[in-house]
Write a protein that binds this ligand. Structure first.
Ligand SMILES: [Cu+2]
Length: 269
């Protein structure tokens, strides 16, 4: 809440630079051009008392989406490695994108797990991984989690399918970053398995951040901005920069498995 305004400035500037580098986009007055681009934005707010915050901007151009995201305050480490936070663009079949409130906790275990939040944000449509597959098939691929560690910047250009693209344009898309610190959870939650993948603890896949994507041009003059000659935008094509990454990812899945064994000594599953 406190720093949300300030945090938004960075991606706005970054995306402006990217738009300029990619050619005339939002400024184009004629419709239907393949060069036209649309920028959507979401403030990411905490879910399940994660204490985290962030923001994300997605610029659609043709079938491509340029994603720039900043997060902070997420669970930092897990078993001596950077915590792998899987993240997705969720879409609803109809209605408007929403983030779940605590009342979505149907089983009363104290946290809103991913399926419980589904009524608000819908199903996984795109996975914002660090490389490779971005489909829903990669939803719980912790080895390719888009965010590793507690604070990070994620930048990647990906192809978007029509389902996700249409949902973003229709206001039916929500960005959800998953992964709570197991140490912050009740014993019951610590011992529970993820409803998405029973090889993972529930905390690994429970939502930590959520934000509904909205057209960022609304209320802003639709202009391309001054020609600054471009900043440091090299290497934005399908690259990922992770402030907290560093390639130290020591088999996160295995780490979770170890932790689960450790925590399950108090209860047989
Ligand atoms: Cu998700």
């Amino acid at each position: 809440m406190r720093t949300a305004k300030k945090l938004m400035l960075t991606p706005v500037l970054a995306l402006t630079a990217l738009g300029l580098a990619a050619g005339p986009a939002a400024a184009a007055p004629s419709g239907g051009s393949a060069e036209e681009s649309w920028t959507y934005q979401a403030d990411l707010g905490e879910i399940n008392d994660s204490g985290a915050s962030g923001d994300i901007m997605i610029t659609l151009k043709g079938d491509q989406a340029m994603v720039t995201e900043h997060v902070e305050g997420l669970a930092e480490t897990f078993m001596d490695g950077p915590y792998p936070h899987v993240q997705h663009i969720h879409v609803k079949a109809d209605g408007s994108a929403e983030c779940p409130t605590p009342s979505a906790d149907e089983n009363g275990d104290g946290i809103v797990n991913t399926p419980e939040g589904g009524a608000a944000y819908g199903e996984v449509s795109t996975t914002l991984t660090d490389s490779g597959d971005t489909s829903a098939d990669a939803a719980v691929d912790v080895d390719h989690a888009g965010i590793k560690g507690g604070s990070a910047t994620y930048e990647r250009t990906i192809d978007l399918d029509d389902k996700t693209k249409d949902a973003i344009k229709d206001g039916r898309a929500t960005v959800v970053v998953h992964g709570l610190d197991p140490a912050d959870q009740s014993t019951d939650v610590q011992d529970a398995k993820s409803p998405l993948d029973d090889s993972l603890p529930q905390a690994a896949t429970a939502p930590a951040l959520c934000g509904t994507l909205a057209d960022s041009q609304m209320g802003q003059p639709p202009k391309g901005g001054p020609d600054t000659g471009g900043g440091s935008t090299a290497g934005t094509d399908d690259t990922v920069m992770l402030a907290a990454g560093g390639g130290v990812l020591v088999a996160a899945g295995a780490a979770f498995a170890i932790a689960r064994r450790k925590s399950s000594k108090t209860s047989a599953d």
